[in-house]
Design a protein around this ligand. Structure first.
Ligand SMILES: O=c1[nH]c(=O)c2[nH]c(=O)[nH]c2[nH]1
Length: 308
């Protein structure tokens, strides 16, 4: 949203980053509890140019007020809702309540609190922290136009076989041998865009987006691993990434595009010898796990032209 100011191109926005809130809901009898923990970031595009140019703050929504709004709206939500629905609700509030605000961008990262089981039974009010995180970003305009993206961060997966890499370019700097047997490990970051383009067109089913997040995670994981007994051969991270992206678009018609980042986290073969001879000969058994350097492989796949 650039504008001409005193002969310059000028664009601005302001917001509050990393507002942390947890919300508990209870069933009517008070027995079963539900909890979410969210880190909310708000960014507003608004007409408050006078604060930059004329020391006049009369058009500013204070970032402190934005923070308070997160808690007030969390309190108002009497029923459990998805991070997506909460992001949209907040963004709608900012764009409709304030004349000055033209666009609100609300991002949420949800901490993976999962209900524990004790003696094989789901606990009524006990939770433990999982690993991968659910993320979302809602961009809402005053008109009600919506861009909604959601994602997964930190989904670490590893398989000990059914992976190889061969036939790549060989030149004077190449040392990597062709292989049809290696470890494959990655930490998936996924980002998908929903096809809903207006706040009025999103599904009203409670937890629709939470379920969709779980569905997409399942499809990504299942495609990475293949069937439990047979698995599936991966000729490269690139090929596996493409299969995962394609499976997601094929399964879920409300996803317009998906972007995947899949670093190739290397497990190096261990071979050790001294002058008396070999101490450890690698036989797909002893590895040196590394985190850097790592390969970086990413791609995005859309049904049509997308803004991801
Ligand atoms: O799956 C892979 N893709 C690559 O692009 C690559 N490059 C590399 O050294 N190893 C691998 N593995």
């Amino acid at each position: 949203m650039a504008e001409k100011v005193e002969g310059y191109e000028f664009s601005q926005s302001h917001g509050k980053e990393r507002v942390r809130v947890a919300r508990v809901w209870k069933t009517k009898d008070g027995q079963r509890h539900f909890v979410v923990e969210w880190r909310v970031s708000i960014n507003l595009l608004s007409d408050c140019i006078n604060s930059y140019l004329r020391d006049d703050n009369s058009d500013i929504v204070a970032t402190d007020t934005m923070k308070n709004t997160v808690y007030a709206k969390a309190k108002e939500c009497s029923e459990i809702l998805s991070a997506e629905d909460f992001a949209i609700l907040l963004a709608k509030h900012f764009t409709s309540f304030y004349r000055q605000v033209t666009t609100a961008i609300v991002k949420i990262v949800e901490k993976p609190w999962e209900r524990v089981s004790v003696d094989g039974q789901p606990h009524e009010h006990g939770f433990k922290l999982g690993s991968e995180k659910h993320t979302t970003e809602a961009i809402v305009k005053k008109s009600g136009a919506l861009q909604l993206t959601s994602g997964i961060e930190g989904l670490s997966v590893l398989k000990t076989t059914k992976s190889g890499f061969e036939g790549f370019i060989r030149d004077k700097y190449t040392v990597l041998p062709d292989t049809r047997e290696r470890m494959l490990a990655t930490e998936v970051t996924a980002l998908w865009r929903y096809s809903y383009e207006s706040v009025n067109s999103i599904p009203q089913k409670p937890l629709y987006f939470t379920d969709r997040y779980l569905d997409i995670k399942r499809v990504l994981v299942d495609t990475f691993f293949g069937s439990p007994k047979e698995g599936v051969y991966s000729p490269s991270v690139q090929s596996t990434l493409y299969q995962m992206a394609k499976a997601s678009l094929n399964r879920f018609p409300d996803i317009a595009s998906i972007q995947l980042k899949m670093p190739n986290i290397h497990f190096l073969p261990v071979n050790l010898s001294n002058k008396e001879g070999q101490i450890v000969k690698f036989n797909d058994d002893v590895f040196l796990p590394t985190d850097e350097p790592h390969g970086s492989i990413e791609a995005s796949l859309s049904r049509s032209r997308s803004k991801l």
